[in-house]
Design a binder for this molecule. Sequence first.
Ligand SMILES: Nc1ncnc2c1ncn2[C@@H]1O[C@H](COP(=O)(O)OP(=O)(O)O)[C@@H](O)[C@H]1O
Ligand SMILES: N[C@@H](CCC(=O)OP(=O)(O)O)C(=O)O
Length: 377
Amino acid sequence: MSDEQGLGREALVQARRVVIKIGSALLTNDGRGLDEAAIGGWVDQVAALHRRGIDVVLVSSGAVAAGMVRLGWQVRPSAVHELQAAAAVGQNGLTQCYEQHFSRHGLVTAQVLLTHDDLSNRKRYLNALSALRTLVDLRVVPVINENDTVVTDEIRFGDNDTLGALVANLLEADALIILTDQEGLFDADPRHDPNARLISEGDADDPALAAVAGGGGALGRGGMSTKVRAATLAARSGAVTAIASGRQANVITRLVDGETLGTLLRPKQAPMAARKRWLAGQLQVRGRLTLDAGAVNVLRGQASLLPVGVTAVSGSFVRGDMVVCVDERGEPVAKGLVNYGADDARQLLGQPSHQIEAILGYVEAPELIHRDNLVVL
Ligand SMILES: Nc1ncnc2c1ncn2[C@@H]1O[C@H](COP(=O)(O)OP(=O)(O)O)[C@@H](O)[C@H]1O
Ligand SMILES: N[C@@H](CCC(=O)OP(=O)(O)O)C(=O)O
């Protein structure tokens, strides 16, 4: 497949890493507490994917809605401090519920609460990335939600669709599956228009789709408009997005088996090209590493950059910043997110990785730039 061709449903079949977002409208059965039986059903499907060797990361809403029920509140509050309180109460039940169901399959879960800042601040971005990557490598199922208790208005994601897309970018997932209370994206809001028709497939950044996507119900908030926007964001790193009803039997396993269900929103570019462009376009370059000839060759062979191959460091950068790697003549070779700040990197010049702890007193990672965070130019 060429870089410019869109990816269709086969992208779901081939997916090795999937982010699944489950919305409030669905999880809470229209406000009647957490729908634990339904959660059990999705967990069974996630476990089935896991057994096939697919990495699954869940983004689950429901904390505010579950907390409202526990607190006896009928109406979703608008005051941030009340939303925070409800989320703190509800997140407990949500975590317990997932943990219980996953343990039936012998699977371990991890609760990960993120804020927008965690993904926009470079250092925290890299921290979130390495923690999540480690969890996934350990075959743990991360269950992510927004950290509602500490966020304030201006740093809220505002909806978990966006969070799902940012996590798909972060982990370079192949697919984002958004489960909601409708069969997919319709050409008008089916709650208000009985003649609305399901859109089976489209391009993630087609403005016509954004135009038909409306707002959400009382429990969820983003509606279809944030789902279509999430698909656009996910497409930046090459992920395909499926929007489908979580109430359809075996919806997750059927989607990854390639069945035509829900709405599929394709990225324009094949994943590798999109991911590289996304990473390269992310940030301003904050520093420069000069590599010896051996390190240049290793990088071109898609390996990580170790301190031993670096001969000079310039600029002032912190862990998580983008740096450019140049060869001995100063020609750019690669760009990547660096694991150590400039001062530490200077101390590590030419050193073997097993010396890092003796030199710095700690080890963040054995490599200066991990190959997953590296784009060869
Ligand atoms: N074009 C559309 N197609 C389908 N649903 C739509 C559309 N426009 C708006 N909606 C609304 O979006 C809602 C789903 O979004 P939301 O309530 O935020 O759920 P969730 O909690 O799953 O994110 C649907 O119930 C529907 O009323
Ligand atoms: N973090 C919030 C989720 C916000 C929300 O409702 O999102 P969504 O399900 O996308 O409409 C919660 O757990 O209640």
